[in-house]
Design a protein around this ligand. Structure first.
Ligand code: AMP
Length: 191
């Protein structure tokens, strides 16, 4: 069973690569951002609660994330493995995920980190904002999301480096090139 985390700042290409990888390795793809956008679209009680948080580029509270992940894991007990994209985003989430996996007699296989410099990220996110009209993709909010990433999510690099789970690669190049670099790493994993 492979439990992979695709890690990186907003705009690094996690979503695109996660879709391709999940299909290729038949993994359950968990995108917490997609889950939240769906809740907002359907105007569920959770969706109504989190809309303004997401629109402001802030993080949804850890307790909500942990509950969602628990439910998704329960639903997919017998899968080939899980590919997480956009989760965890805080140390508290990472710790809760570790505990959850331990209780399932499992663990994180690897954290695959896509590295893209900040100027390129801003450029990509502004383009995405024009193309898809995401409500959290305005210029100021984009800058804020990158700050939130630097402050709350980036420290996770160290968390996973210490656990010897971390591997990084440049997220620059064509979608196909990055996909094949990721596949080369995953194909070499022992677990
Ligand atoms: P994403 O599509 O992954 O960039 O997520 C969009 C937004 O959903 C983020 O800016 C956060 O507001 C929220 N979100 C997604 N995943 C998480 C998470 N793991 N922890 C907290 N908030 C999250």
């Amino acid at each position: 069973m492979k439990n992979l985390i695709l890690f990186g700042p907003p705009g690094a290409g996690k979503g695109t690569q996660a879709n391709l990888l999940a299909k290729h390795y038949q993994l359950i793809h968990i995108s917490t951002g997609d889950i939240f956008r769906e809740e907002i679209k359907n105007q569920t009680p959770l969706g109504l609660k989190i809309k303004s948080i997401i629109d402001d580029g802030e993080l949804v509270p850890d307790a909500i994330l942990i509950e969602i992940i628990k439910n998704v894991f329960e639903k997919h007990r017998n899968s080939n493995g899980i590919l997480m994209d956009g989760f965890p985003r805080t140390v508290a989430q990472a710790e809760a995920l570790d505990e959850l996996l331990i209780s399932e007699h499992s663990e994180i296989t690897r954290v695959l980190s896509l590295k893209v410099d900040e100027e390129e990220l801003l450029d990509r996110l502004l383009k995405r904002s024009q193309e898809f009209n995401r409500s959290d993709d305005g210029a100021d909010i984009i800058r804020h999301r990158l700050e939130v990433y630097a402050k709350q999510t980036f420290p996770l690099e160290d968390y996973y480096i210490k656990k010897q789970k971390y591997v990084s690669l440049m997220g620059i190049g064509s979608v196909e090139e990055i996909f094949s670099s990721l596949c080369a790493i995953i194909d070499n994993l022992k677990t």
